[in-house]
Structure formats: C-alpha cells, structure tokens
Design a protein around this ligand. Sequence first.
Ligand code: NDP
Length: 347
Amino acid sequence: ASISVPSTMKGIVIDKTGGTEVLQYKTDIPVPELADGQVLIKNDFIGVNFIDTYFRTGLYPAPRFPYILGREGAGTVVRVSPKGPTYGLKEGDRVAWSGEAAYAEYSANAAARTFQLPPAPSSGSAGVVYPRDAAAALLQGLTALTLIREAHPVQKGDWVLVHAAAGGTGLMLCQLLRAVGARTIGTVSTAAKADLARDAGAEHVIQYGDSALKGDEVKAKVHELTGGKGCAAVFDGVGKATFDLSLECVARKGSVVSFGNASGAVPPVNIMRLAAKNCRLLRPTLFNYLVERDEFEPYVAELLGFLASGALKVRVHDVYPLSEVARAHNDLEGRVSTGKLLLDPSK
Ligand code: NDP
C-alpha cells in the first residue's frame, strides 16, 4: 500500500438520540477495517442531509450505538479490499460515494456504491469542481433524478409543485425539471429563497408561511396558475406541515410524492382521500430506487453529465468544519440554509 493511513481519525459519534448536543466530536476513532468488497476513502467533503438529523433525533432508528452519522462523501480511495467486486477502483482514485458513517476522516464503503469521478473539466467549461461538487450533488441529485423519472415520470409541459424549492433537494429538482421541460411551481419561506428557486428554474414561486393558515392561499394560487387543474406531480419533502396542501394541489390522476419529513412525519392517511382525485400517493426513498451497482451506474453517469454540462449547478450553502457539525444541523433544521451543506473533515 503506497498511501499511508493512520490508525485513528476524527469523526462525529452519537451514542444516544437527541438534540445537537448528542453529536460528539472525537479525534481517536479507529480507522475502519475493510470488509470484502469495500474500499477505504479519505474524505475531502462530507454531505449533510436531512436524513442525518432523523437518525440523530431517533425519528429513524440508528442501527447501533455508538453510531457515526452521514450518508455521503467524496475524496480519494486509499485502500481497496483484496476480495470481492471492486469495479475497477484503485488507490488514488477520486470518488464520490453513498453509504454510511460519512461524518469522519475515513469511511469504509461498498465499492458497489463508490463512483469514480471524471477529471475536472478544463477551465472555461461548466466550472464544476470535483470532488466538492460531487459530494454536494450526489445524494440530493440522485434523489431528484429518481423522483422525476421513477416516482412520477415527468413529461414536458407538466405542472409540478416542489415544496422547499430552495433547499438542497429542492434546487436540484427545480433545475432537473427545467431540463425536462416541466413547468415548476416552488414553495419557499422567504423572498431570498424565492429568488434562488426562480434562478434554478421554478416558473412561479409561492412564499408559504410557517402556519397551516397560509395553505389556502397556496392552494388558490396553484389552482389559478394551472387553470383549475392542479399539478400532475407534487414533490413534498416537507412532510407533516404540507401533506394536506399537497393533496389539495395535485391534479386528477396526478401523483403526490411524499419523500421526507423536514417538518415532522406525516400521520397515518386514510386511503379513501385519494379517491377525490384518483391520485397516486408514493412514499419513496432513494435507497430503494438505487440498490445494485447496475441501478446506480446510469443515474450517476447522468448526474455527472448534468454537472459537467452546466445544466445542473451546485449551490453550496457553506462548508463547515467537521468539529462544527452541530451548527450545520442547526442551520438545516432551522430553515436557515439554502442549497447544500458540506463538512470539511480536515478541520
Ligand atoms: P433542505 O435543504 O431542503 O432543508 C429543508 C427545508 O425544508 C428547509 O430549508 C425549509 O425550507 C423546509 N421546511 C419546511 N418546514 C420545515 C420545518 N418545520 N423544519 C425544517 N425545515 C422545514 O433539506 P434536504 O434537501 O436535505 O432534504 C429535503 C427533504 O427531502 C427532507 O425531508 C429529506 O428527508 C428529504 N429527502 C428524502 C430522500 C429520499 O430518498 N426519500 C433523499 C433526500 C432528501 P423553507 O424555509 O423554504 O420552507
């Protein structure tokens, strides 16, 4: 092995669920051993996703304690397991990856979910910066792509409603929907977020408030814009606060795609409510659209292609030192951030 790897590393560990106070920054975590079919990655950037907060609070149960949060990163392969399929990965490869235990300097991850990055495009082209932009785009970009292809295959000219349109996933959805020719209505909480959503491709942006009271106004606006028909698809990552609104804004025979719980989990639903529009209700997760290597590969290639062409631009809200992860979680949960939050494990 040519690249030297230390025996311990910095990382963020939780040993119980709770607020950001349970996030412990440690400097003496053993660097993980490789299982068959895994590679060891030295992370340059770690993506923060809302799902990390669900594991921290216990909304989603952590598989074990102590537990290292984080589901994606990008950096350099420093070890390759001698056994198991390694998909051509070798030491020194620059990669982006999806898996677990990302909030650390080093992560052991399945080679099957670790993807080589192309060389950075020459200057003057789209300006994509690897691996930072790959870390920032992977999970939320793949989510947006699978949602518009598989949850509701969006057609050119479709009206689509995207909640939290200036969030990490929201900005990805707006841009990809523009690329496929959809007509997007975004919802956001502030005027500054409205500008971002519009720049990303939302044709109309509605500012919703924190309270459900504003729901009627949003519904009225959506119906006005769509000639009374509603939207062919509603992509709702906000959850509890917007679920009823989403059902009210969907068109007859449309899809309500509930894919997250930023405001809390959606309570149980009476399926009779779907009869009012003959609509579909889906509750998908990326991790069940993309499981096998051959499912990931075309999507990852397409995502990197969108990045390289400039059709998809990454907005990084901030790069936080790993030791300041609590601030990142507070900004994400506090509706302060726009676009992507990254962690820098060297700090
Ligand atoms: P975002 O960057 O979108 O941040 C969340 C946004 O949700 C906020 O900025 C805020 O925007 C909005 N929001 C509305 N109400 C609340 C609330 N009460 N508390 C906090 N935020 C609120 O985060 P992500 O892009 O990481 O994730 C967005 C959603 O997508 C999450 O629910 C996440 O779980 C889900 N997701 C699901 C995946 C899947 O596979 N199913 C994969 C990836 C993400 P505003 O202020 O404009 O309202």
